[in-house]
Every structure is written in structure tokens, then in C-alpha cells.
Design a binder for this molecule. Sequence first.
Ligand SMILES: [Zn+2]
Ligand SMILES: [Zn+2]
Length: 302
Amino acid sequence: MTTRTRLHWTNFSFVVFAHLAAAFAIVYLCVFTFSFWTIGFGVLWGTLCGLSITGGYHRLFSHGAYEASWPLRLFYLLFGAASVQNSALSWAADHRVHHAHTDREPDPYSVQHGFWWAHIGWVLCKPKNIGDRKRKSLVRDLEADPLIRFQHRFYVPLALLFGAGAPAAIGTAWGDPLGAMLVAGFLRLVVQWHATFSVNSFAHLVGSKPYEKSSSARDSLLVALMTMGEGYHNFHHRFQADYRNGVRWYHFDPTKWWVWSASRLGLARKLRRVPKDRIRAALAATKLESQNAPRRPDHAPL
Ligand SMILES: [Zn+2]
Ligand SMILES: [Zn+2]
């Protein structure tokens, strides 16, 4: 048995439990108590948790694409914990390894091991690791932030509190604490997981490669729709530090609009943008590479 196929029992058990709870949430809504308040609250909680992963864990903590004030960082860390995708420190360490070694060892969610490995297999198993000391060295900058250290230390209680406890407590306001916990807690969690995971699976398999051809990362509108803009993954792999993933004004990237709005409110600053001429140069180079690539003869077997 290779390292890659050893099951991570804690993760496996919780993922199964959460999927069962999410299925029960649907039954609860359809059979027991249907409430627009509960559904609306689930959508709101999902949006806050989603932005904490895309705008917080990903673009801010992993890539330093902008700077955020402490209230915004705290918001990301609390709702990031509710997203049950590990602490910001661990998430960023895995993600930095993914960018530094895309498609090869030790990329923790390399699509070269197949769709299911990139999507959820790496969560359920124990992927090959670069070693604790090396992982720590990758996120030393983040460890300097006391809020990040606090979230890392108390990750499990914070995940329970903001992932299930707070939704139940808020649900008492309209008399449906169980529904609020099931829908905004577990159904939201499972939907959000698969949306995030689709960046590692679908956005490395389906879509176009306008900015670089050397990695499997692709631009996919479908994934962008599911992930608040994270689907423009080819651009992101080419220009990781840009706070935008959908770089054109019409690209569906609510996370960039959120970060831009936060900057207008004084909560974020130093938004990093790649100069237009570098983006144009990348587009031209990729186009030229495509034109010069050897064409497959018409009679070649598929
Ligand atoms: Zn990234
Ligand atoms: Zn990627």
C-alpha cells in the first residue's frame, strides 16, 4: 500500500457524517419544516463562508494579493474555520506547495493522480507530505500574525462554534434552530466543499489555457460560477499574486468585487494587479505556442 492510499480515518468519518447530515437537511426541509428564512440564512452563511475561503484563505493568506485590516482578517478566520477546510495556516501551506509543484510531487492535490484524487481523494487519504519542517517554513510570514496563530490553535472549537453552534443559535430567532444548523451548517458545508474541490479537479481538467500551457490549470466559467470567481484558474496559476482571478471587467469574479469594495471601505489596501502589458505578453506567447505546436494529422488515431 502506498502512502497515497492510506485512509485518513478522522477526515473520512467526518466527510461521510457531513454528507449524511446534508442529505437529512434536504429531507428535513421537504418533509418536516420548510422555511424560507432557513433557506435564506443558509445562502447568506454560505456566501460568508465562501468569501472567507476565496478572498481570505486563498487570495489574502496564501498569495498575499492584498493587505487586510484585523477585523476583515478575523472575519475570514472565523468563517474560514466554519468552512472546515483546515486552519488558514495548513490550507495556505498545502496551497503554496500546489503552486510551487503543480502536477508533480509533492503537489498534494495533483490532477495527474486522476479527477477523484484531485477532488476529494487527497482529503480522505494521507497525501505524501513535504515534511512538517518544510511546511512550516513555507508559511512563516503567516505565523507572524497572532490572529492566524489563534485560529490555528483553536481551529476545532471555532469550526464547531461557527460551523454548527452559531447557525443553530441564530435559527432560534425564527423558531427553527435544528433546520438552521442542518441547512446553514451541514448542507452549506457539503455544497461549499464540492465547490472548493472543483477548483482542484474540474479547473485542472476542463477549460481553456489562454495564459500558460505548461500546467494543467484552466479557465472555466462553470467553475467560476460555482466558486465566486475562482474558476479563472489558468490566469491565476500564471499570475498568482493578482487579487483578481477573472481579470476582465465582465468576468464573473465576485471575490474581486468583494475585495475591491473592502478597499473602498478602508478594510483592505495595496491590491496587487499585474500590469496590462504583462498580461497581453502572456496571451500573445501562449497563442504563438499554440500556432507552432505540431498539428495532429487528420488520420491519426484518437
Ligand atoms: Zn492559488
Ligand atoms: Zn491549481
